[in-house]
Design a protein around this ligand. Structure first.
Ligand SMILES: [Zn+2]
Length: 415
């Protein structure tokens, strides 16, 4: 399998072939889509002028709004129609819901890239996998009929007790889910160890939401297995970066995407946080070049001790729109603030909402009865962390609505 070999090539080889693919896709997009033809022409830029990595910065960014306004007429490449593409809708967590078209060759490639990360952490293709997702009626993939990579879907919208009952029945070797769902399940399991003792996965994959180190440690303690983090987006065939067993960062799927980390228009240094700008390298039906995904991540030039040549990135800090802005103007990433609330074991679910420059409203769902006594301590911990005058209010709720995709955004800014 080519994608399996790709990961072990030298970093220099991978970088070289990634840039070659990048040049090919911009040239292709320019010649085959109205959108990119106009975008390049408006600047008098020709794809052939992109000769080095530094030149990439000359190419303008593509925003979600532009994709929404130009799909499908101007973005679908010449020769493709929606009926001969695989289509997906994005989760709309940024408020904009997009439809994305993937040609079937790209879809197959992305599926192989997806499987590569699973095999890297010890998955065997006959092992059962419990997969949390909003919808559970999925057509079986061809390989599943052969007994390979079988998935059992569990709805992310049903009550946690019902999810646990299904897990008890399935006894899956692998659990694939959103961390906010898994943490809720872990809190229930922790209180009823004996009842749920048969849920013993070999490993857990956390994806689609922010996984804090604190949540990871907690899940590992309760489930008694490693938790690996993945990062992806529907726009690029789902998965783009993942952890191997060494967990020294997330390996970027450099054969399917090129990820830049940018601050003030320039690449950040290794170890610094930057806005993630992504170019898809394989989808010819709907090329996306220098796309503003809306996430902030930390760049890395370190090499992983596993020996894979695929480049690393460090953590995902969260969505750019969900950073809290303190009265002084200082930005606080969800990764900074979420663990402070997450560690309170009496709290099952929560959401932090920035209402205005000085006010934070925190929705709280308690795990048992009302445990109001934990709130003054939590408030003090948060104020110590912010070290600024912030007005914090709590609102006790029965539940917190998840998005259609089953995600629970832990931080929302209404600024
Ligand atoms: Zn590695």
């Amino acid at each position: 399998m080519a994608v399996d070999r790709n990961q072990w090539l030298s970093p220099a080889r991978i970088e070289e072939s990634q840039f070659l693919k990048f040049k090919k896709i911009i040239n292709y997009a320019y010649n085959n889509t109205i959108f990119y033809r106009k975008k390049f022409d408006s600047l008098g830029l020709k794809p052939q002028e992109i000769k080095s990595r530094e030149d990439i910065l000359k190419i303008p960014l593509t925003t979600k709004k532009e994709v929404l306004a130009n799909f499908p007429a101007n973005l679908l490449a010449q020769g493709y129609s929606l009926s001969d593409c695989h289509t997906e809708n994005t989760s709309g967590s940024s408020g904009l819901k997009l439809t994305v078209a993937l040609d079937y060759k790209a879809k197959d490639f992305c599926d192989c890239v997806y499987a590569r990360a699973l095999f890297a952490v010890g998955y065997k293709p006959w092992q059962s996998m419990a997969y949390f997702w909003p919808s559970v009626n999925h057509r079986k993939e061809f390989h599943e009929y052969l007994g390979l990579m079988p998935k059992d879907w569990i709805s992310s919208h049903i009550r946690p007790e019902a999810q646990l009952d299904i897990l008890l029945k399935l006894k899956p070797r692998i659990i694939y889910g959103f961390p906010t769902i898994l943490v809720v399940l872990a809190k229930i399991i922790e209180n009823e160890r004996v009842k749920y003792s048969a849920i013993r996965p070999e490993f857990i994959i956390s994806h689609a939401e922010l996984l804090t180190e604190e949540a990871r440690k907690y899940l590992e303690r309760v489930f008694g297995c490693p938790v690996y983090n993945e990062y992806g987006a529907t726009e690029f065939g789902f998965r783009m970066a993942w952890e191997c067993r060494k967990r020294e960062g997330l390996h970027i799927d450099a054969d399917s995407v090129l990820i830049e980390f940018i601050k003030d228009g320039l690449p950040v240094k290794s170890g610094e946080a930057g806005e993630m700008i992504i170019t898809g390298l394989v989808n010819r039906a709907m090329p996306l070049i220098r796309y503003q995904i809306g996430d902030v991540g930390v760049a890395s030039d370190r090499k992983c001790s596993c020996g894979r040549g695929l480049p690393l990135m460090e953590v995902i800090e969260g969505r750019r729109d969900d950073f809290i802005i303190l009265p002084s103007g200082k930005l606080v990433s969800p990764r900074g603030v979420v663990p402070i609330v997450e560690k309170v074991k009496e709290i099952l679910e929560f959401r932090i909402i920035q209402k205005d420059k000085v006010k934070l409203l925190i929705h709280i769902v308690f795990s048992g009865g009302s445990r109001l006594e934990v709130l003054p301590i939590l408030k003090k911990d948060l104020l110590d962390f912010f070290n600024e005058c912030v007005d914090i209010e709590f609102e006790i709720r029965q539940d917190i609505a998840r998005s259609e995709r089953g995600k629970l955004k832990a931080v929302i800014s209404e600024l």
